[in-house]
Structures are given as structure tokens and as C-alpha cells.
Write a protein that binds this ligand. Sequence first.
Ligand code: M7G
Length: 329
Amino acid sequence: MAEGPLPKRKREEEEEEDGEAAHHDGAAAAATTAPFPLAELRLRRVLRESARDKAVFLHGEVTSPSGEGTDAVIILEKTPFQEEKVSDLLKKHMKLELQMRNDIYSTYHLYPPPELSEIKTTVVYPATEKHLQKYLRQEVHLIRETWEDYKNITLPFIQSQSFSIQWVYNILEKKAEADRIIHENPDPRDGFVLVPDFKWNQNQLDDLYLIALVHRREVKSLRDLTAEHLPLLRNILQEGKEAVAKRFGVPGSQLRIYLHYQPSYYHLHVHFTALGYDAPGSSVERAHLLADVIDNLAMDSMYYQKRALTFALRADELLFKKFQEVGRV
Ligand code: M7G
């Protein structure tokens, strides 16, 4: 892909320095209904492509009338089949082209009508450098982070560098996605909001994915949790399961309910995914089952301020470099 002039990129530092302004921008963006100008996007490069997930992650640029380019990340993803639409697909297909035939075996190219060939499209715009990094395919390494490492390396880093969590505040304040809320416990200390994760289009239950966002704002991640948070965590586990069973008919025994460490967004949240779905980020080096977290805290309030935690970092990440500098990798 030809590299053009360096585009304008929304900088994380700007958001940090300019907290209030960013807050207003985010709230305004939440209310915007105009669709993203996809056709005008200039494709700069493919950040990552996954044959297994049938998804492609693109870095594009939108050029304003004044000629200034702004970065965007576009994720295009083929969605799972919906059982109830399969017979439509057989009946209403536009074309069926034979690819090969051998004995009793044959394969075809089937071209579905537009309403049955949706591509889930996620847009991050304007995208920061950190967003581009997040989706770029990179070599990864495991880090074993002690509590001292957390305090000396990770915490200062996340305080200066992490993604804006304006989108979380927009949900909690009902400025965005208010009509998507599945359940809310409004208690400011022990309450939370459960919404469909934006990875899930809600068309089928196979890849069910919801996220519980806590109302309290000072809990960044698993590392901050103590026994004080047990009522909050138990509410999420109990009420979250009940809400999913009631709305989607999926029982708690078929849900994987977990926290990420490290998360991308440092406002405590819990992932709810269908057990049969191999969700991105559900592997052992990142997912911590909520039920286990609760048990650990009940046994020892300081459990997550004592033990080392393992996670993977990409080789080009600044945090990885910080661990490298002090010889921890
Ligand atoms: P994470 O563990 O902080 O990071 O999870 P990850 O994205 O690397 O997994 C944050 C979760 O919030 C992810 O599952 C995202 O898909 C989801 N998410 C992110 N954003 C920006 C939104 C949003 O605007 N709305 C909703 N509903 N979910 C989001």
C-alpha cells in the first residue's frame, strides 16, 4: 500500500492532558448518527488478517475537504450462520457455481443475496497510534509481573498511556448504547451495567458476548481488587447470569465469565461469552474466571496485591520495552 503524507492521528496524550475536552468530544460523538464515510476511506495497509476468524483489520485514512487525513481502523468480519436463515440461503441464492466434482463429492461457490451476506463492520475513528498497534499482527512474549513490577513499571505506564475510557462513561451515563442495556444494578458502589459487547452483533447465540461495566470508577483492573469488592463481584456473577438466562435463554453453566489481565481499558469490567465460543482473549494467559477471582479474594483479601500475574505483550509495545529495560524479560 502506498504510504502518503503522515496523517493526523488522535493522540492518547491529548486525551489525557485534555480530559475535560475529551469528555465532551466523546459525549458528542456518542450522539452522532451520521454513518461513517466508508466509500471515501483510503486504505493504507492491512494490519492483520485472520483466516480462522474470517476477519481483516484495516488501517485507513479519511481525508477532510481541506485535504487533511485522519486515521481510522476498520474491522471487517464474516458472521456465523443464523440457523433460521439457512433455508432462505438455499432458496434465495443468486448463483451456484460448480468448483469441482469427484464421485459423490462436489464443491460450489454460493452467492447469497445482500440481506444474507452481511459483514460485521467495526470502525474506530479517529484512531490513535495505540489502536493501530493493538490490531497490528506482532510477535508476542509472556511477562511474569510481580506486585513490585506492577507498582514500579505497569502502574506508572498505564497512568500515562492507557486508552481513553470515555466510551465506558458514555454507557454508564446513558449517553450511548442506552437502548442496548440488558441489566443494570444502579448501586454506585456494588452496581454495574450489562451490555452486549461490540464484538457481538446479537444475531445468533453461538458467539454471545456481553460485558459488565462497574459503576464505580476507581477500580482499574484485577490488580486493584480486594475483599472490599466481593459484594460487587458477586452481584455481577449472580445477576449477570440471571439476566443472560432470562433474555437469551443461555444458562449460567454455558457461560464463560472472566476478567482480562492486562485489559485494554482500565475501568473494571467482566466478559460474558458463550462457553462453546472460542472468544478472542479467553486463553489462559489473559482470562481469569470471575468465580475463581471471588474465591481467591475470599481466602485472602490481598491475593492480587501479592501474587505474580502472567500476560502476553507484543514485542513493539512500550510496556514490553519497559520490562526489557529492567531485565524482567
Ligand atoms: P478489554 O479486556 O479491556 O480489552 O475488554 P480487549 O478489547 O483487548 O478485549 C474491553 C471489551 O470492551 C472488549 O471485549 C471490547 O470488544 C469491548 N468494547 C470496546 N469498546 C470500545 C466498546 C464499545 O464502545 N461498546 C461496547 N459495547 N463494547 C466495547
